[in-house]
Ligand binder design. Sequence first.
Ligand code: IPM
Ligand code: MN
Length: 353
Amino acid sequence: MKAYKIGVLPGDGTGPEVVNEGLKVLEAAASKFDFKYELSHYDFGGDRYLKTGETLSDSAIEEFKQLDAIFLGAIGHPNVKPGILEQGILLKARFALDQYINLRPVKLYPGVDTPLKDKGPDDIDFVVVRENTEGLYTGCGGFLKKDTPDEVAIQTSINTRKGVERCVRYAFEVCKTRNKTKNLTLCGKTNVLTFAFDLWERAFNEVGKEYPMITTDYAHVDATCMWMVKNPEWFDVIVTDNMFGDIITDLGAMIQGGMGIAAGGNINPEGVSMFEPIGGSAPKYTGQNIINPLAAIAALQLLLEILGERKAADSIEQAIMYVTGEKLESLAAGKMGYSTSEVGDLVAERLSK
Ligand code: IPM
Ligand code: MN
């Protein structure tokens, strides 16, 4: 029987509540699909930072390297200056574990409202593959003459051939395994960012030669935003850099029904990956048992899929679709018609059937 070591980092706000529901579903999946797991809990987050000044310790990173996957709840605390926890925990883990892919499925489930008029589940089903360790996120830059009238701030986008190529290749692989149009779109800005996206375009075209079964096209990032709203059905897989990926995946989250459902993976295909609901810590809903746990459950689904537990992942997705289609009144916190833990129960029970 396969056995997995899973790190659990519930984090701040409603993170622990939604992670609990994810773990409930994990337990149900393990007994149904015959795998074992062992959990290691970590209490990194805002409260620990406020007490100890520590965000994510180097020794924890070393421990993470021994795990098979990490399940993250939410990072963000009302009493901690924005940026500290994001950089100290989330970005630190992404970089230290070289999680060079950010994988964001954008799929509208049955019964879920999308703000896009006349679009339904048949129209909204694509995946964004975002580069996750380079671009504008490396912290490369600095100030000159700070706090003077002559101040200069520079923030450089780093695009290495190796980093771009491995990201693009991963996107082709994702596209190959999907049952859609087998089309990969490169999203960039070749008309203005003539160095960075020149490299991207060349890497994309060259790697594309290895995948004759996949058609390719290109869209500028601004046009991509327009098409995601007007014709989301055009997309199968989109690959893009870190910053553009950050922006278009939030647009994607909204068209698939919002923070209650959107999940993502920070993936190192050769190493340890980390999965998270993308909603944030929602401090105002903390402790009320009203937050929607489906995004965390979807993150757990993605975790199992990447670990290779395909059947378990598919069944969890089916169970989520049953719950959105047949049970929930809304995905919004407090309006689901069920509590947080009841939604977790619904998914777990459906899975166990
Ligand atoms: C995301 C988040 C992070 C990012 C923040 C919290 C640093 O927005 O995962 O998309 O910008 O990557
Ligand atoms: Mn983001």
